[in-house]
Write a protein that binds this ligand. Structure first.
Ligand code: PLP
Length: 300
């Protein structure tokens, strides 16, 4: 199965004209940066594999994407989480709901051990029929799919009259932005990002753990920003993006990157921004009701 060549569309946001790489459209279920990170698993024939094992939050984008991958490959997904909150168990929504519908086994390890990784290693004890994946797809093999994304970007940049293109995308583990930087740097295409989880130091540590030597340019907000916390500014930007571009962005990562970009752009107005849409919109199914409860519906 070949999933690539996502379209690039043109938009304007707050007066900034930008290009958007629609990786959210790669496949109805297996899309965004998870599709790129897990692409090699989709494409390689591995008849001995029966089960994929990973861990993270019960609302993680990676949970849903891995469930989609396993459905496409007729594998079983075992996804270990610390705990499943009662409200989510009672009324499944977002990535949790989507993954359950795709047949994922979501297993809470509470009371049994201190962390899902220890449970997987010492109690589950995976054998050769299993693939064990790091949280959020922070894996060196992710570079195979991200290289393909970089190739598509490079081809597009070369076809443009204005070559002063900067690739922008928010980071969690930094896997996507750092591998993009690695593959695009030789072509003199810059990559900029922001640390959505745990700040700049944590992002650099995550990238170094993949043994990637180069770093994308890391933009930061003036104020501390906690992952998963609700911020009025994020909500405002997300709603304005939807209104001005007619494209739904994710509520966890994209609003922070756009805040950074709005600050960065006036000093870099000679550059053309190519923003990577990394998917994750199913997560809005649980984020949006939280925002609506806290701030009401947003009127631009
Ligand atoms: C929608 C979305 N954007 C950005 C990221 C951050 O990606 P990375 O962990 O590769 O930095 C993720 C997580 O994979 C994501 O789901």
């Amino acid at each position: 199965m070949q999933l690539n060549d996502s379209p690039i569309t043109t938009h304007t946001f707050e007066g900034i004209e930008f290009f958007l790489k629609r990786d959210d459209l790669l496949h109805p279920q297996f899309s965004g940066n998870k599709a790129r990170k897990f692409m090699s698993l989709l494409q390689n024939e591995q008849p001995q594999i029966k089960t994929v094992i990973s861990y993270g939050s019960p609302q993680a984008n990676s949970l849903y994407s891995l469930a989609a991958l396993c459905a496409l490959k007729s594998w079983t997904l075992e996804f270990y989480v610390d705990r499943i909150p009662n409200w989510l168990r009672d009324k499944p929504m977002g990535n949790y709901r989507g993954a359950l519908e795709l047949g994922a086994k979501i297993i809470a390890v509470n009371n049994q051990t201190s962390h899902p990784t220890q449970f997987i290693q010492h109690i589950r004890c995976p054998d050769s029929s299993c693939i064990v994946l790091e949280e959020g797809g922070r894996e060196q093999q992710a570079q195979i799919g991200i290289k393909e994304l970089a190739e598509e970007i490079r081809g597009w940049v070369y076809s443009q009259a204005n070559k002063n293109v900067v690739v922008a995308l928010p980071s969690g583990t930094g896997t996507t932005s750092a591998y993009l930087e690695h593959f695009l740097k030789p072509h003199k295409i810059d990559v900029i990002t922001c640390p959505c989880v745990g700040g700049r130091d944590y992002l650099v540590e995550q990238i170094r753990s993949l043994e990637i030597q180069c770093l994308p340019q890391i933009l930061q907000l003036k104020n501390k920003h906690h992952f998963g916390k609700l911020y009025y500014n994020d909500y405002k930007i997300w709603a304005a993006l939807l209104e001005q571009t007619q494209v739904e962005f994710d509520l966890l990562y994209d609003p922070m990157m756009w805040q950074c970009l709005l600050d960065w752009y006036p000093r870099n107005a000679d550059k053309s921004v190519l923003y990577i849409h990394q998917g994750g919109v199913l997560g809005n199914e649980s984020m949006l009701p939280r925002y609506l409860r806290k701030f009401g519906s947003f009127k631009p």
